[in-house]
Design a binder for this molecule. Structure first.
Ligand code: 13P
Length: 251
């Protein structure tokens, strides 16, 4: 099977709409001027407030648009939340769900994450489900049981394979510490196996991204691992040259 790749920029809470426009214009210039593998897809997830400008700047470009969160109801009295149809209407295709920052800072539970996955798929948004262990969990030998639990509860009863998984070890996010390629591959293979159990052969072709201090200097080695299909990039996605260099690490 020909391996496909997806590189996604998670801008987190960075960039006013004006700042976002400058970065997107540079990304579009670089993607038009550079050489990229045909196996590669690119997406960026700016803050909600930048999505409308991003959608118009990315029109006719190969860079897809994603959001960083959503709520699981289509409309109603949910002050401060953003619904799946609101994102669809802006031309959003992907949505990050269950990022470790949302789990830890905003107390998102596996139950809520499950409802968000279902809501995204019902509205034909592709969820990027984030999973990963903390340092204490890894050191006590619980990485697989934690990740397995996160995936099983998020995907309970889900049959739609319109879904991306991102493995993001919490201890590697924004710390400059990356999982070694072997360490990441071991978890990716474990996740692949769970996907195969749930989606049969289709699970073999699903995207499993690595996230956590992925940079131009370590991307190629990570992306060469058989079960790593791309990256979810935080800090390096805010520098157009670095983000595109990660894309060009796909051979
Ligand atoms: P960094 O690339 O900054 O470590 O962030 C990773 C991440 O959390 C992407 O969602």
């Amino acid at each position: 099977m020909d391996k496909k790749y997806l590189i996604v920029g998670n801008w987190k809470m960075n960039g006013t709409p004006s700042q976002s426009s400058v970065l997107i214009e540079e990304l579009v210039q670089r993607v038009n001027g550079g050489h990229f593998s045909e196996k590669l897809s690119l997406a960026i997830c700016p803050p909600f407030t930048s999505l409308e400008r991003a959608a118009s700047l990315l029109k006719n470009s190969p860079i897809a648009l994603g959001a960083q969160n959503l709520y699981c109801e289509p409309e109603g009295a949910f002050t401060g939340e953003i619904s799946p149809p609101m994102l669809r209407d802006l031309g959003v295709g992907y949505v990050i769900i269950g990022h470790s920052e949302r789990r830890s800072i905003f107390q998102e539970s596996n139950g809520l994450i499950h409802r968000k996955i279902k809501a995204a798929q019902e509205h034909r948004l592709t969820p990027i489900l984030c999973v990963g262990e903390t340092l204490a969990e890894r050191e006590s030998g619980q990485a697989e049981s934690v990740i397995g639990g996160q995936i099983r509860s998020a995907l309970e009863g889900i049959g739609d394979r319109n879904l991306v998984i991102a493995y993001e070890p919490v201890w590697a996010i924004g710390t400059g510490k990356t999982a070694t390629p072997e360490m990441a591959q071991e978890i990716h293979a474990f996740i692949r196996n769970l996907l195969e159990q749930q989606f049969s052969k289709e699970g073999l072709a699903m995207h499993i991204l690595y996230g956590g201090s992925m940079k131009p200097n370590n991307a190629a080695e990570l992306l060469r691992q058989p079960d790593i299909n791309g990256g979810l990039i935080g800090g390096a996605s805010l520098v157009a040259g670095d983000f595109m260099a990660i894309g060009q690490a796909v051979e």
